[in-house]
Design a protein around this ligand. Structure first.
Ligand SMILES: NC(=O)C[C@H](N)C(=O)O
Length: 507
C-alpha cells in the first residue's frame, strides 16, 4: 500500500522508473511450492511461510496427520505435518493455504518437513466423489481421460504439461540460436496440403450473401437465365501450415511455426489425435544436389530434437518419468546422443525388412514390398530392432507422396522416388515427416495435374516459384509424439491437456 502511494506521488519521470523497478513488489504473487522447495529457502525458513495448493493425500494418525500438498509447480509437492485439529476439513482434492515452517524431519525419506501452524481451507472437496483419489494402484488412464478437467491434478499429467511448456521454450531458444524466425500461419484455409482428404470442413463463416427478396429485384437486374453465383470457396481447418510457411520462407528464409493442426483421422490409435500440435520448419537456399539438400533439412530436424531432449533431460519432471518407465533413459540417450542419427533409404529399409520376413514369416501383419507404405509395425521394428534408436528413412516412392515434394532425378522407370524423409523412433514410429519442395513452377503444375489438384486454387503457391524461387525444404514434427518420446507416456491422448480423438469427448 505504502509503495503504491509512493508510486502515485512520484513526478512522471521518476515514477516510471520506480514502477519499472519495483512493479513486482506492488502485488507479488504467493510463493509457489517449487520455489519454497529450493534448498536455500528450506534451509533458512525461520520465518513462517505460506504454502498454497491442493491436498493430494491426507494420512491421519492418532495425534498427527501427514498431508501432501501440491500447487502444480513441482513433481512431488510438500509433505506437511499437522497436529490434531489442524487437519480438520482437509480432504483429498481440497484447496488450502498452510502457514508453517520447514523443520528437521525425524522421519526417514526427507531431511525436512513442513510443520503447519495455521490452516485456511479455501475450497472443500468431497473425498467420496473426487474422481482422482490418491490410491496405491493409481487411477487408470481411461478414468483420467474421462476427467480431463481434473487430470492435471495427477502427478504424471501435471509433469507432462510442464514438460510441454519447457519443450516449447527449448524449441524457441534453439531455433533462435539458428536464426530461425517464429511465424504464424492461418488455421482456417482453403487448401488440403497433404491431399489425403482428412480435412475438417468449416461450415459456418463467410458464405455468399443471401439472395435479395423478390420485391427488391428490378426486372433488369436479374433474369431467369442469369448464372447462379459461384459456390463459396470451401474452408478447412488446416492439416499442415507448410504451404503458408513456404510463402513466408520465400521472404524470411529460415522460419518455423508451432500451432495446432487438424486431421479427421479415422485411426483410433495411441498415436493419433484429431487436433494435435505440430512444429514445422522451412528453409531456403539449400545446396543444389538433392542428397545434400535433403541432408541439410534432416540436420535441422535432428539438431532441434537433440537440443530439446538435452535440455529437458535435466528437469525434475523427466527424472520423475524415468522412475515410471524403465526404458526411458535409453530412449533419451538415443535422442540426445552426439552420434548422427542413422539414415537409410526406403529401398534399403524394404530390403532389410524383407530379409527379416524371409526368416520370420509371421513377424508382421502387413506385407513388405517396394512400393507399399511402411506400416507402424515396420517403422517400429526398424527403429527398435534394426537400429536401436532414431532412424531417418529417406527417398520414398513418388506415388505415395503429396504433390509438393521434389522427385529425385535419374530414377529407373517404375522406381521413381522423392527427396523426402520420415524420422522413425522406437515405440512410436514416425515422429517427423519432411521433404525438399518442388521449386520449379512448370514441374509443380505438372505434379498438380497428376494429383488432380486444381491449379487455379493454388495460383499463389505457384507464384512463389515464379518470383525468385529457391531450392527449399522443411519438415513437420508431431508435438504430442515428441512429448510421448520424452516422457515415456504411451498414448498421445495423455500428452495433451484435452485430447481430441475419434471417441466422443465431454469437453
Ligand atoms: N511441414 C511439413 O513438412 C509437414 C508435412 N506437410 C506433413 O503434414 O506431414
Amino acid at each position: 500500500m505504502l509503495l503504491r502511494q509512493l508510486a502515485r506521488a512520484q513526478p512522471a519521470a521518476s515514477s516510471s522508473k520506480l514502477l519499472h523497478t519495483s512493479s513486482t513488489l506492488l502485488a507479488p504473487l504467493p510463493t509457489t511450492i517449487a520455489s519454497a522447495l529450493k534448498e536455500s529457502t528450506v534451509a533458512s525458513s525461520t520465518e513462517p511461510i505460506t504454502i498454497n495448493g491442493w491436498i493430494r493425500s491426507c494420512r491421519r494418525q492418532k495425534n498427527i496427520s501427514f498431508a501432501v500438498i501440491n500447487d502444480g509447480s513441482s513433481v512431488r509437492g510438500i509433505q506437511a505435518v499437522l497436529s490434531k485439529g489442524l487437519d480438520e476439513g482437509l480432504t483429498v482434492g481440497c484447496s488450502a493455504s498452510l502457514k508453517g515452517r520447514f523443520v528437521d524431519s525425524p522421519g526417514k525419506g526427507q531431511a525436512k518437513e513442513f510443520k503447519v501452524e495455521q490452516v485456511e481451507l479455501l475450497g472443500k472437496s468431497d473425498a467420496e466423489t473426487y474422481p482422482i483419489p490418491n490410491t496405491k494402484q493409481g487411477v487408470p488412464a481411461t478414468v483420467l481421460r474421462r476427467n480431463a478437467h481434473l487430470r492435471p491434478r495427477a502427478t504424471a499429467a501435471a509433469a507432462m504439461l510442464r514438460v510441454r511448456s519447457k519443450m516449447a521454450l527449448a524449441v524457441a531458444e534453439h531455433f533462435d540460436s539458428e536464426e530461425f524466425v517464429r511465424v504464424e500461419a492461418p488455421l482456417i484455409t482453403s487448401s488440403d496440403c497433404e491431399g489425403a482428404g482428412e480435412v475438417f470442413r468449416v461450415e459456418s463463416g463467410p458464405t455468399a450473401p443471401p439472395p435479395p427478396p423478390p420485391s427488391a429485384v428490378s426486372p433488369t437486374s436479374s433474369s431467369p437465365t442469369s448464372p447462379p453465383p459461384p459456390p463459396p470457396t470451401p474452408r478447412y481447418l488446416t492439416v499442415s501450415s507448410q504451404l503458408h510457411l513456404e510463402a513466408i520462407s520465400s521472404s524470411l528464409n529460415r522460419v518455423y511455426t508451432f500451432s495446432p493442426a487438424f486431421r479427421a483421422e479415422k485411426s483410433d490409435t495411441a498415436r493419433h489425435l484429431q487436433e494435435f500440435w505440430m512444429l514445422e520448419a522451412e528453409v531456403g537456399f539449400l545446396d543444389a544436389e538433392n542428397p545434400t539438400a535433403l541432408e541439410q533439412v534432416m540436420d535441422v530436424a535432428e539438431r532441434v530434437i537433440r537440443s530439446v531432449t538435452r535440455r529437458l533431460a535435466q528437469t525434475d519432471d523427466i527424472a520423475y518419468f524415468k522412475t515410471q518407465s524403465p526404458a526411458l533413459a535409453a530412449q533419451l540417450d538415443g535422442l540426445s546422443s552426439p552420434q548422427p542419427y542413422a539414415r537409410l533409404t526406403y529401398t534399403e529399409a524394404v530390403r532389410v525388412l524383407e530379409d527379416y520376413v524371409s526368416t520370420n514369416p509371421s513377424a508382421f501383419v502387413h506385407p513388405v514390398k517396394w512400393g507399399l507404405s511402411l506400416q507402424t509395425e515396420h517403422e517400429k521394428w526398424l527403429a527398435e530392432q534394426h537400429v536401436g534408436g532414431p532412424v531417418f528413412v529417406t527417398d520414398y516412392p513418388t506415388p505415395m507422396k503429396p504433390f509438393y515434394m521434389l522427385p529425385n532425378p535419374g530414377c529407373a522407370e517404375g522406381r521413381e522416388t522423392t527427396a523426402c524423409f520420415d524420422l522413425l523412433v522406437p515405440r512410436l514410429g514416425e515422429l517427423i515427416g519432411g521433404s525438399l519442395r518442388e521449386h520449379d513452377e512448370g514441374a509443380l503444375r505438372e505434379a498438380m495435374r497428376r494429383h488432380g489438384i486444381k491449379e487455379e486454387d493454388y495460383e499463389w503457391y505457384l507464384e512463389l516459384r515464379r518470383y525468385g524461387t529457391t531450392r527449399h525444404g522443411g519438415f513437420g514434427l508431431g508435438w504430442e509424439r515428441l512429448v510421448a518420446c520424452l516422457t515415456g507416456l504411451e498414448n498421445v491422448r495423455d500428452c495433451i491437456a484435452f485430447p481430441r480423438a475419434t471417441e466422443g469427448s465431454r469437453f
